[in-house]
Design a protein around this ligand. Sequence first.
Ligand code: FES
Length: 178
Amino acid sequence: MSDGTNTRRGFLSFCTNCLLLILGLLVVAPAVAYVWAPLRRKRGDGGSGGDFVDLGSVADFPLGAWTLRALELVQEDGWKKTPIRHSVYVRRLGGGDPAFEVLSPICSHLGCPINWHPERKQFVCPCHGGIFADDGRFKSGPPPRSMDLLPFEVRAGRLRVRWQDFKIGVAERIPVTA
Ligand code: FES
């Protein structure tokens, strides 16, 4: 065999190995990324402390009136995704800062959903008769504190709200993390 043949054979062998290595990486890399990505992701925020969720255009909210809006989250736990739906009370204020009030409907007594009664201009908890003023302040009954305000932001003319759970049965407003 000539040196030229050996050199050509060595070069072809080198090229073949490189090609196999590249093909191997193309097969393995996506599989590793698929397995690794959910593990790196933070646990979902179906409970609290997550991202702001778009609730619609500012103009969709009537001035000075409470409306109940759905707020949908996706709780991620590894590969499992669970949709979670909350409700929030929203009232657009007449300009100024803050432009909105956003309240959690969860009663601080035992966690029942609070109802808005426009004719009485009061929030009333149907479970044990807790009563709150039209800005969510505690008025009477067993709840230990006022209704919980939720964080919001107005961005590009749209209202975005962040869901937060709070500890029930206590006077302090203590955020509950997932
Ligand atoms: S749960 Fe609301 S008053 Fe008891």
